[in-house]
Design a binder for this molecule. Sequence first.
Ligand SMILES: NC(=O)c1ccc[n+]([C@@H]2O[C@H](COP(=O)([O-])OP(=O)(O)OC[C@H]3O[C@@H](n4cnc5c(N)ncnc54)[C@H](O)[C@@H]3O)[C@@H](O)[C@H]2O)c1
Ligand SMILES: [Zn+2]
Length: 408
Amino acid sequence: MTETTAAALPSRLPSRLTTAFDIPRPPGLTWYVQAQQPIGYEISLTRGLLSPANPALAKAVGADGRGGVRALVVVDRVVDELYGTALRAYFDAWRTDATWVVMPGDEETKSLEQVVEVTRAMTEMGILRRTERVVVVGGGVLMDVVGMAASLYRRGAPYIRVPTTLIGQVDAGVGVKTGVNDGTHKNRLGTYYAPEVTLIDPEFLRTVPARHIANGLAEIIKMALIKDADLFRLLEETVAHISSDTLADCGAAMSEVVSRAIAGMLDELEPNLWEGVLERSVDYGHTFSPSLELRADPPLLHGEAVGVDMAVCVALAAGRQYVSTADAHRALALIAAAGLPLTHPVFTPELLQVGLADAVKHRDGLQRLPLTNGIGSCVFVNDITAAELSRALDFVHAYADQTDGPDQ
Ligand SMILES: NC(=O)c1ccc[n+]([C@@H]2O[C@H](COP(=O)([O-])OP(=O)(O)OC[C@H]3O[C@@H](n4cnc5c(N)ncnc54)[C@H](O)[C@@H]3O)[C@@H](O)[C@H]2O)c1
Ligand SMILES: [Zn+2]
């Protein structure tokens, strides 16, 4: 803390009390506070997380098998049906006294009410402020909801993430963002709040439906397009074989796909955790998609909207010769082969402009639109015109019609 004052005082506290109330004439007294908060958290990829022989989750909640440890475990309703018995057996084996909250993990329920439901459960349990943990087991929705609850409860309580969807494992479970929707505004309310640890077990993916695997692949393709040409080629080679089972089996190729995606994401996030810099390459595919995601009826999954957004961004890059037409077609082919849509009836030139205008507000007055600069690298632009948006849409539609792709 430093002081700036017209008549500088010798220390923060005046020596004679009477002077404390003797406010000097303008500019008066000004104090400036500066502090830094170190952030550190771990992301571990592990197998057999729910096997009592695996100590990772027990260690994360501070259990050593001797009892006397409590935790609040918030589980996605679907995950509870599939893995609830194994989860309970795990905590029993480690003699952890778990309080259970089971809640839906769907986009429609991702609201402030859900956050308050979690904080109320923390209050009811009387969770200790620093030593007892909240564990969230579920997809991206529950990661965001419980992370936000943990950040608000007594202004910050420790929590542990166990993501169970592909998007949770490569994206939502990896960074520090929490949030909920407000009306049609995606993630309008939220915080930055790191977990103590994220524990990723690919085995959870075995039960994830194909549509939700494609959903997660969108974020992996994003990382490939903006920063990892090797990952792009690996995806081209393997995409036809990527499934819940192959991801859960986690052989060499799938392990490389998932690890490269996580490592690339962390590389981008770590130097810019609080988004002080608004040119974020990980925003690729996230400029127009928020407007589409909640407007589409029936609603699109997050990754599906990202797929449609990435397709138009690939076309925008081709329009500016940042990528060759051949590479643009490779990118569109990969997005389609992953089972993602390239176009959507709601995704019109008008909606693109609405989306871009909203992104400009989110990005503090400039477009800061990430585009691929050759596959595997990224450039930011601020001068995309309405005409370019229309031409880019035409480019994608022409490709989709010609390949008879999944044009919806
Ligand atoms: N905070 C971030 O940085 C960040 C990053 C990316 C995405 N997100 C958010 O994540 C959300 C999308 O995540 P999501 O796709 O995981 O959605 P989700 O949490 O809704 O999960 C999708 C569906 O899968 C079910 N499910 C979860 N695990 C399962 C399993 N192992 N087997 C079978 N079914 C399972 C859920 O019940 C749900 O119905 C969006 O709200 C998005 O905004 C946040
Ligand atoms: Zn995303």
